[in-house]
Design a protein around this ligand. Structure first.
Ligand code: NIG
Ligand code: FE
Length: 401
């Protein structure tokens, strides 16, 4: 072992050692840490971070976001407050198509720089891994541009991204559901496949569809998702948000790794998610903003469904702070605080295929964690929009961000 680092030097409390690959090597008392360090024989490489008796929790894994976009939709908030529904805002020229037009006009450089600003803020609020979707391009050029932004690594911003191709986010004016479905299956997915073969876009791991009445119905959603599966992507999609159409039943049938939203999920859907092991990614800020009846989180948990949380950060629901998302989940969906923390870490890691490597403080896992300054960890959820005061350090792969 080399380059191990000891965190939390307060002699009474826990010591954490991280190895040179950025994995947890030891979690335990100080004497055990000292022993391991002296036996590793590489004391030179040891760096000490004194966390002053802070509390360590896993870094947050945000299970659902749309963080690459251009344009401003603040005006829609007033429309929604005045009673307009999500679909009414879209029909009035707002929503996904508004953002798509702005995103098509923006350069790749502008999108990258805006995303990097958001990524820095996400890291500061404790998110160390992010599921992030395309879906504001909706044609070949603009979707590929978004995926390239999501695939770009910037060592100074170590947010880990599991990218999701969401070319089926809306049907643009002048096109039809069938035409979009054909374009996605016959042009876009093959292009992603060939980029991947050349070693590009390697983090494009998931395929998504906004499976919703009057957007992509169950049949075309299934076609797109299965085509994505053939290309090696895991199925992780928007289902039963506004109207029940049987998307979950379809998702369970084709082996979806995760499904999001689920405000309108059926009893049968709950049963199928439980037996198939598909993760329910719940998005409390969206249900809150759109004044939707929240998804039946207690019923999902009671039936053994794995429940995860996502920020759904997008121009409709402008919140990327997972502490706030956990707070919403506790109040509006009746999760307990330990359930919310598990949903925002281990379970959301599982929703993006990282359930064995991320999302927990355990030997061998990625050393992604947050050190809190508070007398109990619950302060990170309890304090409304005041998490900045609670977060002392954010650590990704063993490095303080
Ligand atoms: O998850 N419901 C579809 N997609 C997003 C919203 C995208 C947007 O309004 O820009 C969601 O809430
Ligand atoms: Fe979404």
């Amino acid at each position: 072992m080399s380059n191990i680092k000891i965190l939390n030097d307060a002699s009474e409390s826990l010591a954490i050692l991280v190895d040179s690959k950025g994995k947890f090597a030891y979690i335990g008392d100080h004497s055990g840490a000292e022993e391991l360090m002296s036996s590793s024989g590489d004391s030179e490489a040891v760096r000490i971070l004194d966390s002053n008796g802070g509390i360590a929790i896993p870094g947050f894994v945000d299970g659902h976001s749309h963080p690459v976009f251009a344009g401003d939709r603040v005006h829609e908030f007033a429309m929604k407050l005045a009673g307009a529904t999500y679909m009414e805002v879209q029909q009035a020229g707002g929503g996904i198509m508004f953002t798509t037009n702005k995103t098509r006009e923006a350069s790749e450089k502008e999108l990258r720089s805006d995303f990097e600003e958001i990524a820095k803020k996400m890291l500061r609020s404790g998110t160390t891994t992010l599921e992030a979707k395309s879906g504001y391009g909706l044609n070949v050029d603009a979707e590929m541009k978004m995926l390239r932004v999501l695939a770009t690594e910037n060592p100074s911003i170590p947010l880990e991204v599991s990218a999701t191709f969401c070319g089926a986010h809306a049907v643009p004016k002048g096109s039809t559901e069938a035409e979009q479905t054909r374009m996605i299956c016959d042009e876009l997915i093959p292009q992603i496949e060939s980029e991947k073969k050349m070693g590009n876009l390697t983090n494009v791991e998931n395929i998504d569809v906004f499976c919703e009445k009057d957007v992509f119905e169950v049949e075309s959603s299934q076609k797109i998702l299965k085509r994505g599966q053939e290309a090696g992507m895991a199925v992780n999609f928007h289902a039963e948000e506004l109207k029940y159409i049987g998307g979950v039943e379809m998702g369970a049938r084709i082996g979806a790794r995760a499904m999001s939203h689920l405000e309108e999920i059926s009893e049968e859907g709950i049963r199928l998610m439980s037996s198939s092991g598909s993760v329910a990614v719940l998005l409390p800020s969206t249900a809150f903003i759109l004044r939707l009846t929240p998804p039946p989180a207690r019923k999902l948990i009671g039936n053994g469904v794995i429940v995860a949380l996502g920020s759904d950060f997008n121009p409709n629901a402008y919140c990327f702070a997972m502490p706030m998302i956990m707070h919403f989940a506790c109040v509006t969906m009746k999760l307990s605080m330990p359930e919310a923390l598990t949903a925002a870490t281990l379970n959301s890691a599982h929703s993006i295929g990282r359930g064995k490597t991320h999302g927990a403080i355990a030997k061998g896992r990625n050393a992604d964690f947050v050190i809190l300054s508070a007398n109990s960890w619950e302060h990170i959820i309890y304090r409304i929009a005041a998490h900045d005061d609670v977060i002392r350090h954010v650590i990704k792969n063993g490095n303080v961000v």
